[in-house]
Design a protein around this ligand. Structure first.
Ligand code: NI
Length: 206
């Protein structure tokens, strides 16, 4: 990830942690469950045995579910889970060289605003773990395996009430996902660093 992005991420994390320590409101204990569609749109860059940035990773969509436990009325702990996302890996001038699935579970602290209103924006920051699986070599390479990735994640979203139990949710996240693709031709470092857009519904309980 580039240093500007790193500064942005650390700024967001500092803001969220500041909010945690300054918040005076009482613990709420509510749970939110959200689910819907998410699209992972990589901002890829690469270096290694091929020309710099010659490797691309296309977008992939999947179903996601996330659960939030409200520590306070405006502070939550969120775990994002999903079914695997599938992506094509491409090489400039060639096209698709491989297919890969990944799972990107992310644990975040979220800060919610306008908590008394029926339109509630939030921001969050946290840690992402991405594991790759079912890598298939299609062309040029005979074998390919991608290392797991740990990185920072930042997000902004909004919950909009449908009634007092259900709500719509939209969010965008940036996740720092960097991996090394180990191929029979050599290693290629790949920054995937995707934007993740999601749309869904949520339910609040109890
Ligand atoms: Ni990165």
């Amino acid at each position: 990830m580039k240093s500007v992005k790193r500064k942005l991420l650390s700024g967001t994390i500092a803001t969220v942690l500041g909010a945690v320590s300054l918040s005076a409101s009482a613990a709420e204990g509510d749970w939110l469950a959200r689910f819907g569609f998410a699209d992972v749109s990589p901002n890829d860059g690469s270096s290694g045995v091929v020309a710099d940035d010659a490797i691309g990773v296309d977008s992939g969509s999947s179903l996601y579910v996330n659960g939030v436990y409200m520590l306070r009325e405006n502070i939550g702990i969120e775990l994002l889970a999903a079914l695997p996302f599938s992506h094509d890996v491409t090489l400039d001038g060639v096209g698709k060289i491989a297919e890969v699935d990944h799972l990107p579970p992310t644990l975040s602290v979220t800060r919610h605003f306008n908590v008394e209103s029926n339109v509630r924006p939030y921001v969050g920051a946290g840690i992402n773990y991405t594991t790759f699986m079912d890598e298939k070599a299609v062309a040029v390479v005979d074998s390919i395996k991608l290392d797991d990735s740990w990185g920072l994640a930042a997000q902004a979203g909004v919950d909009v009430d449908i009634n007092d139990k259900w709500f719509f949710n939209a969010s965008v996240r940036y996740i720092d996902i960097d991996t090394t693709a180990k191929t029979n031709l050599g290693n290629i470092d790949v920054d995937i660093d995707p934007w993740v857009y999601s749309l869904g519904v949520g339910v609040r309980f109890p």
